[in-house]
Design a binder for this molecule. Structure first.
Ligand code: PLP
Length: 382
């Protein structure tokens, strides 16, 4: 039986640069093998910090100091350390989008943070709702320790926050003097249109914390991500780590691979991913447009699909899985694990022919998991 694995946010395996990576590894071993005998320390490989500073600087058009970057064991380590550094005690709150990355939910709940979710619309976290919630929490003397936002190619919804809304977010965080974490894990998995500036490039505040990753533009198996922040926030977060630093060998190879910048490889990989997005879109249009609405993201790896209210999610999981189709249910991304009628389709890892074959399998599973066959009675994603 064919397996249609739309469950996990992984890149396209066929564009992994095997030959160039092999050559980069040989050069890195020749040049840096002596360093492999030492612990890398909190900041990590200097060459990779420089390469990521260059990446951020070239995208944002502002200078970025490699000394403000710490290499992490995937961006997930940065997400976790931020929570550990900013939590002060019991009952502490973090604000996120109502739907956010499932790994972040596990990490923050695991650390003991209470998560307060702000509803989204087509442009990400809603600022009217955030403003109201902050006022309510401030009145109750329960302001959050920080705000964590996925502003670009949001996981799971695929939304992007426009610049003017980011400005509002920056102003609200400043009004309450709150650290603002922008997790740009999918940064540079970009298909079309203008890139919106990141918040660290719009605001000089030492409360700006930025998280980047190599997982989505290169491969999650290298387990490399990074934190970008100013002092004293930088040390406050990085001093939470007790692992003697991230994999120096992997960092050396990746830095060597990117010695001429990241864009050439991104361009190749993004074109292939864009085609996959278009295939999912076409399949959904053909097979599900009468009953579902979905996002059409300008980047990232996900389509967020709104299902009819009468879909039985447990039944859908069972029916789809039995047919070899795997997806992530909406509740996995809800801050309270509420069973909302959504699913997330991660298209990056699925071969084109299996996308074409798989979407009709999903459509049939959805239709079998409903109590009616009525057309949808909604027009919007949220
Ligand atoms: C929003 C977001 N942040 C962080 C991560 C962690 O990624 P990694 O640790 O591979 O960099 C993910 C992974 O899917 C993600 O979606």
């Amino acid at each position: 039986m064919a397996i249609y694995d739309f469950a996990v946010g992984q890149t396209n395996p066929e564009t992994f640069p095997v030959e160039e990576f092999k050559q980069a590894a040989i050069r890195a071993i020749d040049a840096e093998h002596e360093q492999f005998n030492r612990y890398p320390g909190n900041k990590g490989h200097e060459g990779l910090r420089k390469a990521m500073a260059r990446r951020e600087s070239e995208r944002e058009g502002v200078p970025v100091d490699p000394e403000q970057i710490a290499i992490m064991n995937g961006s997930m380590q940065a997400v976790t350390l931020v929570g550990q550094a900013l939590r002060q005690g019991k009952d502490d709150i973090v604000i996120t989008e109502e739907f956010t990355y499932s790994g972040t939910i596990s990490a923050y709940k695991g650390i003991g943070l209470e998560m307060v979710g702000i509803p989204l619309d087509d442009h990400g976290m809603r600022m009217d709702a955030l403003s109201e919630k902050l006022k309510e929490l401030s009145d109750a003397d329960r302001l959050p320790r920080f705000i964590y936002a996925l502003t670009t190619y949001q996981n799971p919804t695929g939304t992007c926050m426009p610049k003017d809304r980011k400005q509002e977010l920056i102003s609200l965080a400043a009004e309450y003097d709150l650290p603002l974490v922008e997790d740009n894990c999918y940064g540079d998995v970009h298909f079309e249109g203008e890139k919106v500036p990141s918040m660290f490039a719009m605001d000089d505040s030492p409360n700006q914390i930025y998280i980047g990753s190599l997982s989505k533009i290169l491969a999650p198996g290298v387990r490399l991500g990074y934190l970008l922040a100013k002092e004293p926030m930088f040390s406050k977060i990085v001093n939470q780590r007790f692992d003697a630093g991230s994999n120096y060998f992997a960092a050396a190879v990746v830095a060597e691979f990117y010695k001429n910048g990241i864009w050439d490889h991104c361009e190749v990989a993004n074109l292939v991913l864009k085609k996959k997005r278009d295939l999912v879109n076409a399949g959904l249009q053909e097979h599900l447009s009468d009953i579902c609405v979905w996002s059409n993201p300008v980047g990232g790896l996900f389509m967020w699909v709104r299902l009819p209210e009468d879909t039985d999610m447990q039944k859908l999981i069972e029916v789809a899985n039995n047919k070899g189709f795997f997806f992530a249910p909406g509740f996995a991304f809800h801050v309270d694990y509420a069973n909302k009628p959504y699913i997330r389709l991660a298209f990056g890892h699925v071969p084109d022919d299996l996308i074409k074959e798989g979407i009709p399998v999903l459509a049939s599973a959805i239709k079998h998991s409903r109590t009616s066959n009525e057309r949808r009675n909604f027009e919007t994603l949220f």
